[in-house]
Design a protein around this ligand. Structure first.
Ligand SMILES: [Zn+2]
Length: 293
């Protein structure tokens, strides 16, 4: 059973708005999700999730971009340095050694980079040294033999330390949602990349949440045709978004957004004209079974 759940911001990065909004013209997306002044790049959050369970697990979902990138990488993505993941966890009284599990939705650098860091000798170390690190096995194989479009997103500097740690475990990919730990099911989707996995979360108070990862990275992406140009199978993304939206509306789900710099999520609603939006948006989400909040 889940006893606590908190969103933790790892930091921000900048990505080209055109790449993030695919076929949507710039004149349209820049009104909805404004870029930085004099630039086509928008600022995106990297929002992770800390989930605690009654059997003592402290599960971290995704880890942000980390700090291993060199000057060229930093110029390109302008990640906030220092990243805030470890300090954000400390703010909720959780130390890196206490994390028992890290779940990667997928292995693009802005989701996996924070799982390792370079020590003073330049050697990569795990940020969460005692954690078992989980990723879909099918996705791991895909990431380690990347196609030319995704090769710049799957960095050996992020994957090698995990492989060498002996703390990597693989999850199955199943057509239907499957139970992972008590209160968390996983849904496997194939549009953004091969076999990305989204946690579907049942809180003990009856609320349901979905951590949307890169299927719906921001509130702007609720609109069906707003699909990232990065996606390897955009028509799959469309169908997967439609299905998630249908389930979220029917089940009164709260959406948690990994990349939206302005809102962390909200309850999905649809108006009489069929337009989707988030109701009761929040900047952070936290749940504590003891206090009921
Ligand atoms: Zn991604």
């Amino acid at each position: 059973m889940i006893t606590k759940l908190t969103t933790v911001l790892a930091g921000t990065l900048e990505l080209d708005g055109g790449a993030m909004f695919g076929v949507v013209p710039q004149s349209v997306w820049r009104r909805v999700y404004p870029p930085e002044e004099g630039s086509n790049r928008c600022t995106w959050a990297m929002r992770c999730l800390l989930i605690e369970t009654d059997d003592g697990r402290k599960i971290l979902v995704d880890t942000g971009i980390g700090e291993k990138g060199d000057a060229r990488f930093r110029k390109h993505f302008n990640p906030s340095i220092p990243q805030e993941l470890v300090s954000g966890l400390a703010a909720v009284m959780t130390w890196p050694e206490e994390i028992t599990d890290v779940l990667f939705t997928h292995l693009h650098f802005d989701h996996v980079g924070g799982a390792s860091y370079l020590d003073e000798t330049g050697k990569a170390q795990l940020t969460f040294p005692n954690a078992t690190h989980w990723v879909c096995g099918k996705h791991w194989s895909w990431a380690n033999k990347p196609n030319a479009r995704e090769a710049a997103s799957f960095l050996p500097a992020n994957l090698n330390p995990l492989e060498q740690s002996g703390k990597l475990r693989f999850l199955p990919d199943q057509d239907s949602d499957f139970d992972w730990v008590s209160g968390i099911r996983l849904r496997t989707v194939y549009g953004h990349t091969e076999a990305m996995q989204l946690p579907l979360i049942d809180l003990p108070d009856g609320r349901k949440l979905v951590y949307c990862a890169d299927l719906i990275p921001s509130a702007a992406h609720l609109s069906l045709p707003w699909v990232m140009a990065f996606d390897v199978r955009p028509l799959h993304t469309l169908a997967e978004k439609e299905r998630l939206i249908e389930h979220a509306l029917a089940g009164d789900w709260t959406l948690l957004l990994e990349h939206d710099a302005r809102v962390a999520g909200g309850k999905l609603i649809k108006d009489e004209r069929g337009r989707l939006s988030l109701d009761g948006t929040f900047g952070t989400f936290s749940y504590d079974h003891l206090t009921g909040h």
